[in-house]
Design a protein around this ligand. Structure first.
Ligand SMILES: Cc1ncc(COP(=O)(O)O)c(C=O)c1O
Length: 358
């Protein structure tokens, strides 16, 4: 078998080995069709079954009732930054919580769309190292937008703001399918697949029917959520291979891991191992405020930035990759999404300890 490294990349990121192996085994002959899924029509029976299964697995894992539509859209989470205000502002103000880079980008797009965009809470005063505790709710807002996990700053909402009748919209790109949550306050959830759900190239959008009904009809076809909902994400050619891989990842969560509760428990254990180690010594220092720490992206610093190069080179020698912090903030970051095993995190902690002692 090929030599595989321990991959802490922030996204695209590690995929479960069994998923990659299944994709490999089906690469030339997908389910007896004599073709790769890469070569199969998106309107074939085989592909439609894959798409249906990905939708049903999403529903079951997240506990979505019939009022939610599950859509697969291209353009990344970054296109959702624009599609959300385009579809829902409809002349009304829109509210955002700014918790760092990705929320800031979402806010920028809402402003480009020419709507009144209010930042109702922000953690910019402390370099986005925490999740704001109090979020004022304006009943006239078309929606309240949050970023459930902040991939770059290593912070994560532990519980979501109570927005009353205002629908919550969340970018869940870096923590969807990592934990259980109540979907009902959410009018819309979007997530680029390339961390917990599959490969790059497709964005999962979950939209409640009442939101869909409110969405603008004055937009180009491909920018309307209704286009995807009315055509089961098959209005045009979807990213078939990415959807196929998402289906395999969701199947792995359901059938190998045993569901979202089990997935959450494993994620809790992995994050606790790393944070407990960081808290129990004084060489490394975590950057996120403890009450706001992410279970997916663990950000930390060395006593001197000059040591980072050595740390990363030594890690690579030990087979540990993807530990450099985002170029905008520096430092180090271990992304420990669903596919990262407890053993991988143990190997990281062992390496960190060896490096600190040296
Ligand atoms: C939380 C979050 N939102 C949005 C994005 C942007 O996603 P995309 O590259 O799919 O546009 C990322 C990428 O890492 C992210 O982590």
């Amino acid at each position: 078998m090929a030599q595989r490294v321990i991959n802490f990349n922030p996204g695209p990121s590690a995929l479960p080995l069994s998923v990659l192996e299944q994709a490999k085994s089906e690469m030339l002959d997908f389910q007896g069709s004599g073709m790769s899924v890469l070569e199969t029509s998106h309107r074939s029976k085989q592909f439609e079954a894959v798409l249906d299964s990905a939708i049903q697995r999403t529903r079951r894992l997240l506990g979505l009732d019939e009022s939610y539509h599950v859509l697969f859209i291209q353009g990344g989470a970054s296109m959702q930054f624009a599609m959300v205000p385009m579809n829902f502002a409809n002349g009304r103000p829109v509210d955002y919580v700014d918790t760092g880079t990705w929320s800031t980008k979402a806010i920028k797009e809402a402003r480009i769309c020419g709507k009144e965009t209010r930042v109702v809470a922000s953690s910019e005063d402390a370099k986005f190292t925490y999740i704001p505790g109090k979020v004022p709710v304006n009943p006239d807002a078309a929606y309240l937008h949050i970023t459930s996990n902040n991939t770059i700053r290593g912070t994560q909402w532990k519980s979501f703001p109570d927005a009353g009748d205002v629908p919550l919209v969340s970018d869940m790109s870096s923590d969807i399918f990592s934990r259980r949550f109540d979907p009902r306050p959410f009018g819309l959830i979007y997530a680029g697949a390339q961390k917990n759900a599959g490969p790059a190239g497709v964005t999962l959008v979950i939209i409640r029917d009442d939101m869909l009904k409110k969405a603008s009809k004055e937009l180009p076809t491909m920018l309307r959520y209704a286009t995807y909902a009315d055509n089961r994400s098959l209005y045009n050619t979807p990213p078939c291979f990415s959807i196929y891989l998402c289906e395999l990842v969701l199947k792995w969560i359901e059938e190998t891991i045993g569901g979202l509760d089990q997935m959450e428990q494993i994620n809790e254990e992995k994050a606790a191992l790393l944070y407990d180690y960081i808290d129990g010594q004084d060489f490394y220092r975590g950057t996120a405020r403890p009450d706001s720490r992410s279970r997916m992206n663990i950000t930390f610093l060395l006593p001197e930035a000059d040591l980072e190069k050595d740390f990363i080179a030594g890690a690579a020698e030990a087979g540990l990759y993807g530990l450099k912090g985002h170029r905008s903030v520096g430092g180090l970051r271990a992304s420990i999404y669903n596919a990262t095993t407890l053993e991988s995190v143990k190997a990281l902690v062992d390496y960190m300890d060896r490096f600190a002692k040296r």
